[in-house]
Design a protein around this ligand. Sequence first.
Ligand code: C2E
Ligand code: CA
Ligand code: CA
Ligand code: CA
Length: 280
Amino acid sequence: AAKASGSQLMVYTPELDERADATARLGADLRHSLDDGDFRVVYQPIVDLASGRIRACEALVRWHHPVRGLVSPADFVPVAEDNGLIVELGEFVMRTACWKFAGWRREYGPDALGYISVNVSARQLSEPGFPEVVAGILDECGLTPGELLVEVTETALFGGGLAVHAVETLHRAGVRIALDDFGTGHSSLGLLRTVPVDVLKVDKSFVDEITEGGGRAVIVDALIHVSKGLGLRAVAEGVETAEQAEYLRELGYEYAQGYFFGRPVPELDLGGAVPDDQRG
Ligand code: C2E
Ligand code: CA
Ligand code: CA
Ligand code: CA
């Protein structure tokens, strides 16, 4: 069956209908799960490559679907972005993560962790009042703006406008900004001139090339120079082997994140950060 939609002729197949149904069902389930509290936040350590110590962590959302079990954010975040529920879900993640960070800071002292990293989507950034929501959450938890790092993708900023404006407002308030999946977008370097950025998260695909050999680690090498030249911090993502970690350290990377150091977990064990006899 074919249907005209504007000037475009769209061809509908049963498979496409089924996929649209599945997406609509997922969207409706998201609504119920937000009300029922089926979302959790997990935290992946970000370590200092020189000492191996945990310095920060990234909050990642998890959906425990009542029927399907654990659903990947790669599958539901795009759906939540489309139907707008990412605004509510994202605020839940931000609040949960900031409270968790404040608790760790109380338990382990102010030097145990430098910051908490939270992913924010284009839709959230474009929501009027988003910077005020963030300021309210920081205030509730007693965090300083510098203890929060907001991770945005290049594509979220590509359209300019409200999203870029929100990033500027947050940055002016002292919240730090990371460009996520750096190097995978269309205008990575151009964005650095127009958007205030503190941290580059160098995408896993470039880290993977380290172990593939054949001199292909050219981009991780180039990006550490870009980042140092601009006075930014680079965080290498998706580090899975000791070899990758060592290579990045030799290149001059300070911070890294990946399964080699730790998977995302509900509770970080920061016990090593404080000697036993000084713990409360
Ligand atoms: P991302 O922000 O690039 O997050 C990193 C992803 O890589 C996470 O997947 C993490 O679990 C995974 N990862 C970390 N280290 C390794 C590694 O060594 N090897 C491999 N293979 N993977 C590693 P996750 O948690 O499934 O999240 C996928 C994406 O979903 C995230 O990519 C982010 O774009 C989005 N996402 C997750 N949580 C949120 C959230 O709270 N809000 C928004 N807007 N998006 C989120
Ligand atoms: Ca991220
Ligand atoms: Ca990333
Ligand atoms: Ca990614």
